[in-house]
Design a protein around this ligand. Sequence first.
Ligand code: 4AD
Ligand code: MG
Length: 437
Amino acid sequence: MSDYRRIKIDQAAAHVGEPVEIAGWLYNLRKSGKIIFPLVRDGSGIIQGVAVKANIPVEVFEMLKDLTQESSLILRGKLRAEARAVGGYELDVEQALLVQAVPLETPYPITPKEHGIDFLMDHRHLWLRSRRQHAILRVRHEIVKAIRDYFDSNGFTLVDTPIFTPAACEGTTNLFEVNYFDEEKLYLTQSGQLYNEATAMAFGNVYCFGPTFRAEKSKTRRHLTEFWMVEPEMAYATLEDVKRVAEELICFIVGRVLENRKPELATLERDLSKLESIKPPFPRMTYDDAVKILQAKGSEIVWGGDFGGTDETLLGEDFDRPLMVDRYPAEVKAFYFEPDPERPEVVLGVDVLASEGYGEVIGGGQRVYELDVLERRLADHGLPREAFEWYLDLRRFGGVPHAGFGMGVERAVAWLCGIEHIRETIAFPRMLNRARP
Ligand code: 4AD
Ligand code: MG
């Protein structure tokens, strides 16, 4: 008896003609008289087995014949290149071991037929096994890896920031409150930025990368209540540095996704030309000009207002690559933005609006570093000074111009995958109306 070597389906190319073993789950089953074609997935890919009645033990044939979807099994046999097959290879089955059969009377709930979104979201723990979800989350992994590689190879030190925080960073209206010990109230972090500003003064260029929380009452296709954000922060840096790094980061990520995730993009039927056109330089415009363009397009925006999702889509649709809009009115931005010295009513902040109408993926800019200005901004925003004393220290002990930004991972994933809704970009999404499973 030959020895079967356990391989992953995505390693098939290296083992053509060899006896191998594939451990997975039954994705689909086709029968044609005396031949059974079990389609098996193992997390790395999908492969079709070919089980010919005459070539395998009778009990193996019987077992495979009625096997239910998502039953776990191990197939053994020899690999063959087959251009017409999914993935390009087939397994000529010699043996098969059943690990666990899904009972006939309680079949796997997700079938190839159409299911409503609520049903699928209720079964998210199983839905993750489908090809589309699998492809999206593999692209997500690639994006996360690319983000880390970009910062790690460009002189940024990873310094992660706390999730329990005593103060608001992005406004007080969307904070999740938690009971800490002895009835002390803390909040789930909205952003690691304030802590990044401290670590940037210690390490120069830093980034944090973790989950952040917003008690957003908005039920849009772009909002989660728990999302992952990568946030670089740079000492001795300006708004222009933010734009340069944001542009480089996005192009680096897109390059990696195109390089390594073409099969997944094909599964998602992504138009690759849309990704290939994401190249520097990205167009840049001021908030003032953006408002004029929006008004000409029929938006009701007036100078001083923040852009809604529709405005962002309208602005972005004229370009085949991301658009950078800078110098927003101070009123619509957080307390920490540095006012433009030439026009204090606007701040040195930039939003990067993704192409194809995906809206804001990056927000950031230059921070106030003068003590008196910051004290005034805190007061104007009605923020409790005690909670920010440590943050004010950064302006007492060697404050310098510094800048940074945040990119929401899920927004980037939705955009690069070309999918409609952010709920599919994270394994277990948390939204206004959904915190289960
Ligand atoms: O523009 P935001 O709120 O900026 C900050 O939090 C800054 N403190 C970041 C910084 O300068 N260090 O959020 C940054 C990005 C947005 O552009 C968006 O991609 C994402 O985070 N984001 C969300 N993603 C999903 N769901 C939400 N509710 C999001 N809110 C923001
Ligand atoms: Mg923003």
